[in-house]
Design a protein around this ligand. Structure first.
Ligand code: HEM
Length: 361
């Protein structure tokens, strides 16, 4: 359990540091005034070094069953195995980053902010190197994972800093003029890279729903729909609201969207620690149906089952409820209740998930 929490926190640290670096690079007139505590950035970089060590320790503990006591094998893990070597690189990059932050305020020194951007790229690509997708393909798999994480960190990083560290401002329109196109490009990169990774890790999408990895991926995909609805509202509808009322405060809506995205991070953290569905010759153990799938499906949930969702009464009724919840989200957002709209987004995800699961004959 602790590992899912630490992984989610790690993704938030990646996003926060990326967002701060990008905002530092934007001219004052194109962004709201920001108050990002210096120590927060420092702690977020320490967080990246420490939290990215958690999966390394977890995997090393797993290897102690076959390779000997922890302290005897940890140096081999760090120096010989890809995920260990990736962490060594992250540790060195974080150390350089902390040294930079100790001597320079990134907000005042553009060159230092540029160096921080290069160090951050190194961290994201090092973490991408230790991933499932890179384990499957050292070229496209690695690049897809790294660009996926980079795009997610950039988009959500700016969203987090604008939502949680901005002062009241009348510069939201100039901010949206560059942030909205950036968010659209990031989402396209995220989705494109996501499908490339799925080609390597999840060869058969619907059949993967039987196991925990597939369940988490399905829930993640469904959570993306209300997030994209918020993205659309915070992109297009917010501009017209701000044109009508330049003093309108969009921060609560950015915060609500960032909480929904944190749920995606949590689903991804759980997913990344499950056994992926792709064939793994090194692990002959049969894949195990997930408890959630067995609980909802109820029938003989063996991994040989072919999942072909069809039209069932329960499935159709829940699908209609899901669409209504999505429309409700948009209506409630229009009435300036973004947190209630986010709740409708979570309810949409639950009903859409049940609709798909109960559509399996
Ligand atoms: C808002 C949208 C999304 C966000 C914020 C997001 C975020 C992330 C993050 C942070 C990771 C972990 C990277 C790592 O551990 O190195 C990840 C992994 C992944 N994502 Fe996404 N993602 C999003 C959308 C998608 C979409 C649309 C797909 C598929 C089409 C997808 C498929 C994957 C896969 C397959 C992985 C690899 C997990 C593993 O390590 O096994 N993601 N995502």
């Amino acid at each position: 359990m602790y590992a899912y929490f630490s992984e989610t926190l790690l993704y938030l640290c990646f996003a926060l540091v990326s967002g701060a670096i990008i905002m530092n690079g934007v001219p004052e007139r194109k962004k709201p005034e920001l108050r990002i505590p210096g120590m927060l950035l420092f702690n977020a970089v320490i967080g990246i070094a420490v939290l990215s060590l958690v999966p390394v320790i977890k995997n090393t503990i797993f290897l102690t069953q076959f390779a000997g006591p922890f302290w005897e094998i940890i140096d081999d893990v760090l120096l010989d195995l890809e995920f260990g070597k990736a962490w060594i690189w992250m540790f060195l990059l974080c150390t350089a980053f902390l040294a930079l932050l100790s001597f320079r305020d990134l907000n005042r020194h553009r060159a230092a902010n540029g160096i921080a951007a290069v160090l951050m790229l190194g961290l994201l690509f090092s973490y991408g190197w230790a991933s499932h997708a890179a384990g499957q393909s050292e070229s496209w798999g690695f690049l897809a994972q790294s660009f996926h994480l980079l795009a997610a960190s950039v988009w959500i990083g700016v969203l987090l800093t604008a939502g949680w560290f901005a002062e009241r401002s009348d510069r939201w329109l100039p901010f949206l003029q560059w942030f909205h196109p950036l968010a659209v490009v990031c989402v396209l990169v995220i989705v494109g890279a996501g499908f490339v990774m799925m080609a390597y890790i999840v060869p058969d999408y619907t059949n993967s729903w039987i196991i925990s990895y597939g369940q988490a991926l399905l829930i993640k995909h469904l959570l993306i729909i209300p997030v994209l609805a918020f993205g659309f509202l915070n992109g297009y509808r917010l501009k017209s609201k701000l044109k009508r009322n330049p003093h309108y405060d969009p921060r609560p809506s950015f915060r609500a969207e960032s909480v929904l995205v944190t749920l995606i991070f949590a689903a991804t953290a759980f997913m990344g620690m499950q056994r992926p569905p792709h064939d793994d010759p090194e692990n002959p153990e049969p894949l195990v149906p997930s408890m959630l799938f067995r609980a909802i499906y109820g029938g003989d949930a063996s991994t040989g089952l072919q999942i072909e969702p069809g039209f069932t009464l329960a499935g159709v009724v829940l699908a209609v409820i899901s669409v209504c919840l999505l429309v409700l989200l948009i209506r409630i957002w229009g009435k300036n209740k973004p947190w209630l709209a986010a709740c409708a987004g979570v309810l949409f995800t639950v009903s859409a998930y049940l609709s798909l699961m109960l559509s399996i004959p």
